[in-house]
Design a binder for this molecule. Structure first.
Ligand code: FES
Ligand code: FES
Length: 158
C-alpha cells in the first residue's frame, strides 16, 4: 500500500509517496536524484550505499522508507558546506585514496559519522569501520591514511 513518508535529507524536508518497503537507496537515487549513493551489491555486503541516518552510518539498501520516517538522512551530497569539502572528503583527495571512486561516497559518510561521534577514534576503530566497505581498487592503505589525515584536519578545524 502506498503511504506518505516525511523525513529530512541533507537539511531539506521531503514528503514522498511510496510503498512502505521501498528501500532508502531507491528513494535517494530514483525519487530525489541523489545518485552519489551507490549500489554495489545485491546482498548488503559492499557498503557503497552507506549514508548517515540520525547520526549513524547505515546501509541504505537495508533501510526502508518506513524506517526513516521522521528522521534525518545525510548523503555524500550533504557532507560539503557550500564549496568547502568535508574534512573527510578533503583528506581522501589529499591522501590519494580515490581511484575509480565507486566506494568513496559510502566510505566518506561512514568516516564522517564516526568522527562526528568520536573524533579521536583509534586506528583499530577506524579499521573496523572500513571493514564494512569493499574497495576493489585501492588496497585500503591509502583510505586508512586518509582517515588519519581527516582526524588531523578536523582537529585543526580546517
Ligand atoms: S548496495 Fe552493497 S551494501 Fe548496500
Ligand atoms: S576506489 Fe574503486 S572501488 Fe574503491
Amino acid at each position: 500500500m502506498v503511504n506518505k513518508y516525511s523525513f529530512k535529507v541533507n537539511g531539506s524536508e521531503y514528503t514522498i509517496e511510496a510503498e512502505a518497503d521501498t528501500l532508502l537507496i531507491d528513494v535517494l537515487r530514483e525519487k530525489l536524484n541523489l545518485t552519489g549513493t551507490k549500489r554495489g551489491c545485491d546482498n548488503s555486503t559492499c557498503g557503497s550505499c552507506t549514508v548517515i541516518f540520525n547520526g549513524k552510518a547505515v546501509k541504505s539498501c537495508r533501510k526502508t522508507i518506513e524506517d526513516v520516517q521522521g528522521g534525518e538522512v545525510v548523503t555524500v551530497e550533504g557532507l560539503a558546506k557550500g564549496k568547502k569539502l568535508h574534512p573527510v572528503q578533503q583528506a581522501l583527495i589529499e591522501a590519494g585514496a580515490i581511484q575509480c571512486g565507486y566506494c568513496i561516497p559510502g566510505i566518506a559518510t561512514e568516516l564522517a559519522a564516526l568522527f562526528d561521534q568520536n573524533p579521536d577514534a583509534d586506528e583499530d576503530t577506524i579499521v573496523k569501520a572500513l571493514y564494512k566497505h569493499l574497495c576493489r581498487c585501492t588496497g585500503y592503505e591509502a583510505i586508512k591514511d586518509a582517515a588519519l589525515l581527516a582526524q588531523q584536519l578536523i582537529e585543526k578545524g580546517t
